[in-house]
Design a protein around this ligand. Structure first.
Ligand SMILES: [Zn+2]
Length: 278
């Protein structure tokens, strides 16, 4: 397997009940939160392989567990923003979006002493209904975004598959889509979520290899709940339940194989390397 190409692994730092697209987030007592211990499993694995990753931190999680974010930061991982409340961006007004960003920036700044430069929207919810989205991020100093997924149904099937620059009135922003595998049925979500746990590992590895051979970074993502297969699940409609929790399969063994086979870095470092050659 090729080791030369540099890819990126990111974690959306949220709990098992932060399911996308719910009208209202459920109220779960703190004793039943599991994000802390599931994230420690991930951190141990990243340390074992000496891999630095990007954590898209949900503001409300950082606020309730600042020690967890401090630990992630101290271990050299990048702290980026996943918004505050996990509401979908296309359901927000531009003012509400700014408020989500501001609250999360304040919490992250209080913990790490610096502002995030990367953003990922819950459920790839930057769409044609959010024309202000890129401009607001650039204006606030964000250097990259990872909120558009070239998938049918939950993303935009026609969205780009590889990173590209967006020019806004407030400067450039890199858009970094997650990895997908092409198929006659459309792009498959092999880069993360249920697809990462369900599709054969060979397909995922072959896609990483293909990106690498083309000189493109494969951007993979996961959630702490995916290495916590015994964790609780919300009662959801069948399809949403599958997309959120999928099979009972544990993501950890395949994550371990990937970390042992390829080179990963943070999205921020990836963007830095592009800036230095442009
Ligand atoms: Zn999320």
């Amino acid at each position: 397997m090729a080791k030369q190409a540099v890819h990126s692994l990111s974690v959306d730092l949220e709990d098992w009940f932060h399911v996308c697209g719910l009208k209202q987030q459920p109220c779960i007592p703190p004793d039943d939160w599991r994000v802390h211990r599931a994230t420690e499993v991930l951190l141990d694995l990243f340390a074992e392989f000496g891999v630095k990753t990007t954590f898209f931190v949900l503001g409300c999680v950082a606020e309730s567990d600042p020690e967890l974010v401090r630990t992630i930061h101290r271990q050299g991982h990048e702290i980026a923003s996943h918004g505050y409340s996990h509401r979908l961006v296309h359901e927000l007004s531009s003012a509400e979006f700014v408020d989500e960003l501001q609250k999360t920036e304040d919490v992250i700044m209080g913990i790490t002493g610096s502002l995030p430069v990367g953003f990922r929207a819950p459920q790839w919810s930057a769409t044609a209904h959010t024309p202000w989205f890129d401009d607001i991020l650039a204006q606030r100093g964000y250097r990259y975004d990872s909120s558009r997924n070239p998938l049918p149904f939950i993303g935009d099937r026609n969205a780009a598959r590889h990173p590209y620059r967006i020019e806004t009135a407030h400067g450039a922003l890199w858009e970094i889509p997650p990895m997908v595998s092409g198929s006659p049925l459309g792009n498959l979500p092999t880069g993360g979520g249920w697809g990462f746990r369900l599709f054969p590992f060979g397909l995922i590895a072959a896609t990483v290899e293909r990106y690498g051979r083309a000189g493109r970074p494969a951007v993979l993502y996961l959630h702490p709940r995916e290495v916590d297969p015994q964790g609780p699940r919300l009662k959801l409609p069948l399809l949403k339940r599958f997309a959120s929790y999928g099979t009972r399969r544990d993501g950890l063994p395949r994550l371990r194989r990937l970390l042992g086979s390829y080179t990963f870095t943070t999205l921020r470092e990836m963007v830095d390397s592009w800036q230095s050659v442009s």
